[in-house]
Design a protein around this ligand. Structure first.
Ligand SMILES: Cc1cc2nc3c(=O)[nH]c(=O)nc-3n(C[C@H](O)[C@H](O)[C@H](O)COP(=O)(O)OP(=O)(O)OC[C@H]3O[C@@H](n4cnc5c(N)ncnc54)[C@H](O)[C@@H]3O)c2cc1C
Length: 654
């Protein structure tokens, strides 16, 4: 792109994107602080104890922000110990150290204290500058008003009902999802303004840029299994306005109408047995015999759920997700053998559903308030939304529960042979300085593929199993815009962009809870959510994830920003959107290690339960146990909680 294109897009504009409070600036800033003598309370030097430390308002590159992963990567590459200073023994001894302050790690602290009582001494170590893990809060102040968005996990929902343990924890935190959904979610605002879903067809993929408003059925995400399907004529009218050739339009109408049984003469079980062995792409091309021009229209429909497109997802799983083409095939409701965790769950039903304005970051904040009340003001699940966390209170000497940020754990070792171990030594690093603490037990609530590097003494078979799980890379961008009159002019609230860099663009979903109010006037600033699942269609799913992870880590912020500006300019141009003038703030949450990996029936063996890599990988090792959603081989809040409960129970011999 030329300099004048960049100027037109506003790449030179001063916005809140690379301010001095971004993650790396805070960590670097802290390393320049004078070091206190060792005997002094060393934690006073921690970045989180510096005044003004408030990561939720940091913009620019978030998610796995600069400064959060370098120590881990150098441990993986075998260079950490040669460049790190000799670890300092802090002299601290705890009942439990937890690695990872995501929902699983915070839940583990909660369950441990529930069993051990209020005097239990727990240290939680987290490599990022904020707690919550994927439950990341993006907080903006636009036009003087607080606006929130999820930087990672959004919904309290799951393919299966929440377990007694996970539901019980939500209840103890004061969260009642069905009641909250009724009371606080505003499903009517955009509808009342006449805003609908749309598809943006881009020039590179479809020959011309064209926004087509009024996706039948309200857009992809609302097309669940068993939902009423829009009529054939609605699809025909919509497709007529697209740049798709007539044959492609006809085939899409046929797929959407779903009147054909493509496997006549077979029972439902026989059809399911075939559909679980072919990709949805192959189903469309080889079974439904559509024109190949249909594929780009559907290719990214599974990106949001599994991080790969329809080339790498079984047709049967796509049926369970509600993708079209199966309605005439007489498939009986319910799961079948060889389905992914999510698809099997969706085929049988799913859990309740609610989202806080900052997504599940509110759950993380509620947990922190339970554990360290001085750090988070307020008393209810409603007032948590606008509460200002005092990060300086998270790691206070003498407090029973301490949460230490910017601290990457690099070694976890039983202090005698695992079978007889009574204590664990944990080494963590902040920058190049390493520190040691001891504990009676340790829960690794961190990303499972990191564990072989932390515990090189683990049995080889367990390390191999842990390495099998390749997390799913994802990018969520939060963009603050001056007003949303262009969305009103165009009559849109969300746009699917099957061929563009960002696959989805949407206005923030309105929810009004506690003192928090979503924007209601189109003249007010608002936040947009954009998402991208980087992948490489045609390869096995785990290979696609590895390539996507590399893409995320090697993409500079400037490239994300240019793609945001360019895509919004092209999508919203007929509404009068000017990216140089209208964009006020940008945060890119990159998750090279995103969703926990779910076994994919197209590529993974159908192991018996006890031989699954996640089950072998999560085995207790002396005084060390393993939590995190990776241990469940899936990626939902309820499983993060359930795995924490199991890991704590194992440690306590329950
Ligand atoms: C973009 C995105 C969207 C999602 N949306 C949803 C959703 O809508 N609903 C839902 O239920 N789930 C969603 N998920 C899944 C989400 O992963 C889980 O729900 C849950 O939040 C995971 O919690 P966790 O504690 O197991 O893992 P994490 O949140 O990943 O927390 C683990 C923490 O351990 C830290 N860590 C790793 N290694 C170390 C180390 N060596 N030292 C110190 N700390 C370490 C990590 O940095 C991380 O902060 C989403 C995930 C992503 C990435």
């Amino acid at each position: 792109m030329s300099d004048s294109d960049d100027r037109r897009l506003g790449m030179d504009r001063v916005i809140t994107r690379r301010d001095f409070m971004n993650g790396s600036a805070m960590v670097i800033g802290a390393s320049l602080l004078p070091r206190l003598p060792e005997s002094d309370s060393f934690n006073r030097q921690e970045p989180q104890n510096q005044s003004g430390y408030y990561p939720p308002t940091s913009t620019g590159m978030r998610g796995s922000h600069p400064g959060s992963f370098e120590a881990a990567h150098s441990l993986r590459d075998g260079t950490f110990w040669s460049s790190a200073a000799e670890p300092v023994n802090t002299g601290e001894v705890y009942d439990l150290v937890i690695v990872g302050a995501g929902i699983s790690g915070l839940s583990a602290a909660y369950f441990f204290r529930e069993r051990m009582g209020k005097s239990a001494r727990v240290l939680i170590l987290e490599n990022h500058d904020d707690f919550g893990g994927h439950a990341k809060r993006n907080e903006f102040h636009l036009g003087g008003k607080q606006q929130l968005l999820n930087g990672g996990t959004l919904l309290i929902d799951s393919p299966t009902p929440y377990s007694e343990v996970a539901d019980g924890l939500l209840k103890k935190l004061g969260v009642n999802p069905p009641e909250f959904e009724q009371k606080f979610a505003d499903d009517t605002l955009y509808h009342s303004l006449g805003l609908r879903s749309a598809v943006f067809f881009d020039k590179d993929t479809f020959g011309e840029d064209r926004l087509v408003v009024g996706t039948p059925g309200g857009g992809w995400s609302e097309e669940g299994l068993g939902q009423a399907k829009p009529s054939e004529s609605a699809w025909r009218e919509f497709l007529k306005r697209t740049p798709l050739p007539p044959q492609v339009q006809n085939d899409i109408v046929r797929i959407q109408a779903g009147k054909v049984d493509y496997m006549p003469g077979l029972s439902s079980a026989e059809k399911k047995a075939r559909l679980c062995k072919m990709s949805y792409r192959d189903f469309l091309l080889n079974v439904a015999k559509t024109d190949p021009g249909v594929i780009p229209f559907y290719q990214r429909r599974t990106d949001g759920e599994w991080g790969v497109g329809i080339d790498a997802e079984p047709a049967l799983d796509c049926w369970a997700l509600g993708l079209p083409g199966f309605q005439g095939m007489g498939l009986k409701p319910g799961s079948a053998p060889h389905m992914s965790y999510s698809a099997a769950g969706y085929a049988n039903g799913s859990s309740y559903r609610f989202h806080f304005p900052d997504g599940n970051a509110s759950i993380a904040r509620l947990l922190v308030r339970e554990l360290i009340p001085d750090a988070v003001p307020g008393h209810t699940a409603e007032d948590i939304v606008t509460a200002q966390v005092d990060y300086g209170h998270l790691d206070v000497e003498g407090a029973p529960i301490r949460l230490r940020l910017n601290s990457t754990v690099v070694r976890v070792q039983n202090i005698s042979p695992p079978a007889s171990a009574k204590e664990v030594e944990i080494t963590y690093a902040t920058g190049k300085q390493a520190f040691r603490v001891r504990a009676k037990g340790c829960v690794l609530a961190c990303w499972n593929m990191m564990i072989p590097y932390l515990c090189p003494d683990l049995p080889e078979s367990q390390k191999e199993a842990l390495h099998y799980l390749v997390k799913v890379p994802l990018i969520y961008a939060s963009v603050g815009i001056r007003n949303w009159t262009c969305f009103q002019k165009l009559g849109i609230q969300s746009v699917s962009s099957p061929g563009s860099y960002w696959s989805d663009v949407s206005l923030n979903w309105p929810v009004n809870i506690g003192d928090y109010r979503s924007p209601t006037s189109t003249d007010e600033p608002i936040l947009l959510h954009l998402s991208r699942a980087p992948n490489k269609p045609g390869l096995p799913a785990r290979e696609q994830h590895k390539i996507g992870r590399y893409e995320i880590l090697s993409t500079p912020f400037e490239v994300f920003e240019r793609n945001i500006r360019d895509q919004l300019a092209r999508t919203l141009k007929d509404g009068g959107f000017d990216p140089a003038h209208d964009i006020e703030a940008i945060t890119v949450n990159r998750w090279p290690h995103g969703y926990g990996y779910e076994y994919n029936p197209l590529f993974d063996p159908d192991w018996p339960e006890d031989q699954r890599p996640n089950v072998i990988g999560r085995k207790q090792f002396g005084r060390i146990t393993i939590a995190n959603t990776d241990s469940a081989a899936t990626a939902y809040t309820d499983t993060a909680i359930d795995q924490a409960y199991r890991a704590v129970s194992e440690l306590m011999g329950i």
